[in-house]
Write a protein that binds this ligand. Sequence first.
Ligand SMILES: Cc1cc2nc3c(=O)[nH]c(=O)nc-3n(C[C@H](O)[C@H](O)[C@H](O)COP(=O)(O)OP(=O)(O)OC[C@H]3O[C@@H](n4cnc5c(N)ncnc54)[C@H](O)[C@@H]3O)c2cc1C
Ligand SMILES: *[C@@H]1O[C@H](CO)[C@@H](O)[C@H](O)[C@H]1NC(C)=O
Ligand SMILES: *[C@@H]1O[C@H](CO)[C@@H](O)[C@H](O)[C@H]1NC(C)=O
Ligand SMILES: *[C@@H]1O[C@H](CO)[C@@H](O)[C@H](O)[C@H]1NC(C)=O
Length: 589
Amino acid sequence: MKMSTRKYFLALLFSLSFLTLTSGAKRKRLPSSAYAVPGTNATYDYLVVGGGTAGLALASRLAESFRVAVIEAGGFYELDNGNASVVPYYSLTIPSLSSSPDYPHQPLFDWDLVSQPQVGGGNRRIHYAQSKTLGGCSAHNTMAYLRSTRGTQDRWAQIAGDDSYKWDNMLPYYKKSVTLTPPNWQKRNMPNATFTYDTTAFNPAGQGGGPVQISWANWVDPAATWLAKCLQGMGMPKSDVGFTSGTLSGFGAWTNTEIDPTTAERSSATEYLKQAIENTEIMVYHQTQAMKINFDNTKRARSVLVSTMGLEYTLSASKEVIVSAGVYHSPQLLMVSGVGPKATLQKYNIPVVSDLPVGQGLQDQIWFTVSSGITSPNAIQIASDPANREILLREYLDDQSGVLSSAGGYLAFEKLPSEFRTAFSKRTASALAALPSDFPEIEYIVTGFPDGKGGSAGALTATILHPYSFGSVTISSGSMLDKPVFDMGWLTDSADTELALAAFKLGPEIAPGSAVQSDADILDYIRKNCNQMWHPSGTCRMGKAGDGKSIVDMTGLRVLDTSIFPFANPGHPTATLYALAEKLADDIT
Ligand SMILES: Cc1cc2nc3c(=O)[nH]c(=O)nc-3n(C[C@H](O)[C@H](O)[C@H](O)COP(=O)(O)OP(=O)(O)OC[C@H]3O[C@@H](n4cnc5c(N)ncnc54)[C@H](O)[C@@H]3O)c2cc1C
Ligand SMILES: *[C@@H]1O[C@H](CO)[C@@H](O)[C@H](O)[C@H]1NC(C)=O
Ligand SMILES: *[C@@H]1O[C@H](CO)[C@@H](O)[C@H](O)[C@H]1NC(C)=O
Ligand SMILES: *[C@@H]1O[C@H](CO)[C@@H](O)[C@H](O)[C@H]1NC(C)=O
């Protein structure tokens, strides 16, 4: 064969093999190729700081069109917190959930944040668990998936001066982020705990749903069925649409949980990442903390100084830096980088890039027990009996059912009925009247627990959904190596204490017993025993320029996480965060 002919055949072979490569099955990316080698400066289109709930959803969608890197201080929860983050029931027993300042430390998984003393909360300092891991708090939470209300989103749109936040405009993004599997009635096996829901609140199977799996747990706590009766006895109607179609009213089965129906394992924001690793060129810098955002002389965010376990280098963004470091760390990172209240920045010799009310406006929902004394077997009692261990494991591992497959039971929402509002001051009455008409004031969660005497007790808890008490986050130095300093401001506004008192009196059997009777005694009990609902928000509020409350007008820089909520939301945050991430990705691309 002549040299030229040979060359021709070689070239032909090469082009044929190229054709097969490109037209054949989609190339699979090695998962390992998604993790960056630390220590080398690099440039991407978008840098997303914080690979948590909102961060991973947004970064993964942006990576479909741009070069994107995620900077995450933590690692992999499946390794660093094991089964406790994966098996639904165990999520209720994660050691670092303790709010005591003597909480068990989980340095690989928890940020070790302890609040300032709560002046309105019995002067307690509260350990506030925040997950340090890919997936963020979606790897730690109780997996309830509850959307916002129509009125809440419409008020959000009004405050932001942007109609795209209205309920009707957000609904497609809520739908786009999740895939719903209907309840498995056979496995739930509790004919007295059936419910209905609005199927139009979701995209049909296989038609435009997202990577996060939601469904109902394959087990129902018998105690919850009795507490549901108790709620009914209190006059609360049963919801027939559930808690995902723009109303939060009445009681129902603890809505759609973030549980993968085929495995009954937690489905967190890492579902987005797994998809992006296969389909895009996303890069992840794990165990890597953002230390400072650098601005150029036009005050445009250009790069981020990062540290992978002490090794410092710089990542640059040709388009934008997006901060999704959570409600406490996002404001801290902005402040150490020069964006925040001028007086605070000057105190720590941080050059001022922009004088904005970063860290103000923290709202933290609290809960307290209003009723107890229901006796019925419950999840904790069943799961903690060693005689049941093998059976429960087999049920879970072989059938994805039983106690271990569930992280919760029932809940309810309402505005307090008029007979409980008579003691409200004028100020409290008008503060509550300012909330949208479909914004519930109180959320009731029903739980069962061992009574310590070999039996079991059920408890009904009340959560204040729109606190009028405000807290704040600030810094104690110019370094991210020091922890943010924060005060949730629990029960420092009389609207909250008046509402708490009224909600407490609604409970048919009073938790602390007959010794606690006077308003002063009840309030004292609530102050000393209330706890966080785990939904802090509002430390980098969204709003209109010039309103004095909002973090606006930065170039090359955005924030996306619970810190941007313009006011505390009655839904639970993850559903709304995923929708916000889908919306922002859509706005950008
Ligand atoms: C115990 C618990 C139970 C809850 N239960 C529910 C529930 O049932 N339903 C519900 O909807 N919500 C629940 N929530 C609330 C919900 O999980 C959170 O509001 C939500 O996950 C917060 O998402 P985010 O994106 O704002 O922040 P996160 O998910 O916390 O993400 C922030 C990420 O940024 C990283 N980070 C921080 N600083 C830096 C830095 N400097 N450099 C790099 N990375 C950094 C963090 O490690 C983290 O991964 C619960 C929360 C907790 C803690
Ligand atoms: C949890 O982890 C252990 C191994 O570490 C395993 O044997 C066990 O079956 C797992 N699952 C459950 C549900 O406990
Ligand atoms: C519901 O059914 C379960 C299972 O039969 C039972 O344990 C529970 O007590 C029932 N609850 C009510 C309120 O009847
Ligand atoms: C990385 O970037 C920083 C900031 O621009 C610069 O000071 C440093 O010299 C760079 N390092 C290398 C190895 O290029």
